[in-house]
Design a protein around this ligand. Structure first.
Ligand code: EPZ
Length: 427
């Protein structure tokens, strides 16, 4: 397994390219299952999860071809051709490795009238049930049965009738699944309390480019008039607002100045507002945003919330940054029940953090010391990288396969802006 070694203390400065958004790519790729025509996605990030999803699509009978990009380029062009599905099943050995596989449930059901998908199981940050995915699909006419760890969904008469569903809590993935399934339903569907993340907007815009009829895009009420068929399209994946927020924290924690190229400030307002409240300056540029800090950070009180609130995917990164603030910060994680796995690892580097239930009190410390630490989940591993960038001495982060799921060429991007960072392979 690979490790990442960081010798901290360098102020980062320069331009850093932001890749296509992982959490948009993972819902745009299954859209290709909804049509027998080719769907071309541009600005696709080179990530383990994107490769994994491509493998799942291949298992279902879709071909995935990468075109026209040199290895050194960021952003791949992938054409997905699902002329016909040779399977309607997403097997356990794939789904257990990548929970986002559940996002083929709605599209396969809509395309083939039946879908069998393994239950994803839990993960490091929580048990992450899929009950809302199933309730929403039932509300638009799916018949759902569970057997031996699999979900089997079917559409009576082979086509979903459509319907209405109001989410009791906001769910990004469940919103994505039901929107994709409703796009070719016989009738109209109304989804209330839908997730409003920019990745949902990207999904809706891609479906509209494929011929879907969706009103209320970007709001919590989506009205989807089912169409008989969707056609192919070419669509560019939005820039990754979480990757950008993560590197903004890198500028903040090192007292540096980075221009994050390609990201849209409008996608990450809550992150920008929190950075500014912490004393970091953020300015929009023609190419993205510039994030600059002078090394002093103010403490914050933050609660994660569904978009447009402060993103749960930014909590671990802000915690690392706030370890260097002048005072005590209070972070409350309201979305996942176990998203503090980075705390004991940060403590090994000298952080002073107390966790009680969903709330963490982070007392700023004058310095942190490099140490051997272990990544546990994607965003937790980024928080360890951030702490390592500011720590004295060398930090070794193990199990970096977690990082490779969501950060394209991380050490290359950080080296280019002055970080002393390298990847070592354990063979
Ligand atoms: C998506 O996960 C993202 N993943 C997550 O990013 C992100 O943290 C999360 O949305 C919240 O923004 C992808 O887009 C691939 P949810 P998802 O359904 O869809 C509960 C990262 O680091 N819930 O919005 O799984 C759930 O347990 C990853 O990039 C149910 O109870 O999240 C959680 O408490 C991590 N029943 C809350 O809702 C359900 O059927 C929000 O989950 C579904 C969810």
């Amino acid at each position: 397994m690979d490790r990442i070694l960081i010798r901290g203390g360098n102020r980062l400065s320069g331009r850093l390219p932001i890749s296509g958004a992982k959490n948009a790519a993972l819902t745009l790729m299954p859209c290709a299952l909804l049509t027998d025509e080719p769907v071309t996605l541009r600005n696709l990030p080179r990530l383990a999860d994107v490769d994994g999803f491509g493998h799942l699509l291949n298992q279902l009978g879709a071909s995935t071809s990468i075109e026209g990009t040199r290895p050194e380029d960021f952003g791949r062009v992938m054409t997905i051709r699902a002329g016909k599905l040779t399977s309607t099943e997403a097997p356990y050995d794939i789904v257990r490795k990548m929970r986002a596989s559940i996002l083929v449930l709605g599209p396969i059901l809509a395309r083939a009238g039946v879908a069998t998908v393994s239950l994803p199981g839990g993960c490091a940050i929580g048990n992450r049930p899929i009950d809302l995915h199933l309730k929403a699909l039932e509300a638009i006419g799916a018949e759902i049965e569970m057997a031996a760890g699999y979900v089997r969904a079917s559409a009576p008469g082979g086509r979903l009738p459509g319907g209405r569903f109001s989410f009791p809590i906001v769910s990004v993935g469940a919103t994505e699944n039901v929107v994709m399934a409703a796009a070719t339903a016989r009738g109209t569907s109304v989804i209330e309390n839908a997730a409003r993340e920019p990745e949902i907007v990207d999904l809706c815009n891609c479906l509209v480019a494929m011929g879907a009829h969706i009103d209320g895009i970007g709001t919590e009420r989506l009205e989807i008039e089912g169409v008989d068929r969707l056609h192919g399209a070419t669509y560019a994946v939005m820039p990754d607002r979480i990757e950008a927020g993560s590197y903004a924290c890198a500028a903040a924690i090192t007292g540096g100045s980075l221009e994050l190229v390609g990201v849209k400030a409008a996608d990450m307002r809550a992150t920008i507002d929190a950075l500014v409240e912490a004393g970091v300056s953020v300015a929009e540029t023609k190419d993205g945003i510039r994030v600059s800090a002078d090394g002093r950070l103010r403490p914050l009180t933050l609660s994660t919330a569904p978009y447009p609130g402060f993103a749960t995917d930014m909590q671990a990164q802000f915690m690392a940054m706030l370890c260097r603030a002048d005072g005590a910060s209070v972070l409350t994680e309201t979305i996942f029940e176990n998203r503090y796995m980075h705390v004991p690892e940060l403590a090994r580097m000298g952080a002073d953090i107390q966790v009680r239930g969903r709330t963490a009190v982070v007392r700023g410390v004058d310095h942190m010391a490099g140490a051997q630490v272990m990544a546990t989940d994607l965003r937790a591993s980024m928080s360890l990288i951030l702490a390592g960038l500011a720590a004295e001495g060398e930090t070794q982060v193990s199990r970096v396969y977690h990082l490779d799921r969501g950060y394209e060429r991380l050490e290359e991007k950080l080296q280019a802006v002055g970080a002393d960072i390298e990847r070592a392979s354990d063979g």
